[in-house]
Design a protein around this ligand. Sequence first.
Ligand SMILES: [Zn+2]
Length: 217
Amino acid sequence: MGARKRFSILAVATLAVCGALVAPAGASVTHTIQPGETLSGIAAANGLTTDSLASWNGVSSDYLVIAGNTLSVPTPEETGVTAATTSATATTSTATAPASWLGSISTPWGDLYLDAGAAAAWNAMRTDALNNYGVDLYPAGPLSAYRTSAQQGEMYELFLSGVGSPANPPGYSSHEYGISVDLATPEMRDIVDQIGWAYGWGKVEAPDEWWHVSWTD
Ligand SMILES: [Zn+2]
């Protein structure tokens, strides 16, 4: 029973919800709280426990977040839960073992997957961004590129329960087709706007989610 409970906590901790800002590897970032977000939802999207995010900010774990206020979001390493994060990432990798129609992209979370054509175009665009703009392009979290329908379902359930950010039900997200990426930073979006169309990548849906870009070829 102990092991089962631990697994489900890790599974939730690894969810990077479409719409949640995820801290890039390396250092804490300032997160501006959006309407509808909760402390536990922000923590889950960043691979943190609610308690660790609360204590990092010097507030109690039942702290009521207010839209417009900011929180400091540490990396899991900074809060000393590296082991849990590693396990959670491994769980995700197993769940997204590549089908033949998928291709891989390099990310701070290891290889993630997209439709093979979308992945090839992404990799070429990323090389262009690195070489000519000095900007790396990567998804905001381990579930911010391709998602299985089971993973989409988990995110939708989190959304329905009031913990996660807005997510479509399974069968209705372009992430399940491996043709969309949720970018980690606005700077990356600027680069995609400048060079993405040559690679078939651009902003074509979800107008209220700046981070969500798609492959349109
Ligand atoms: Zn998205």
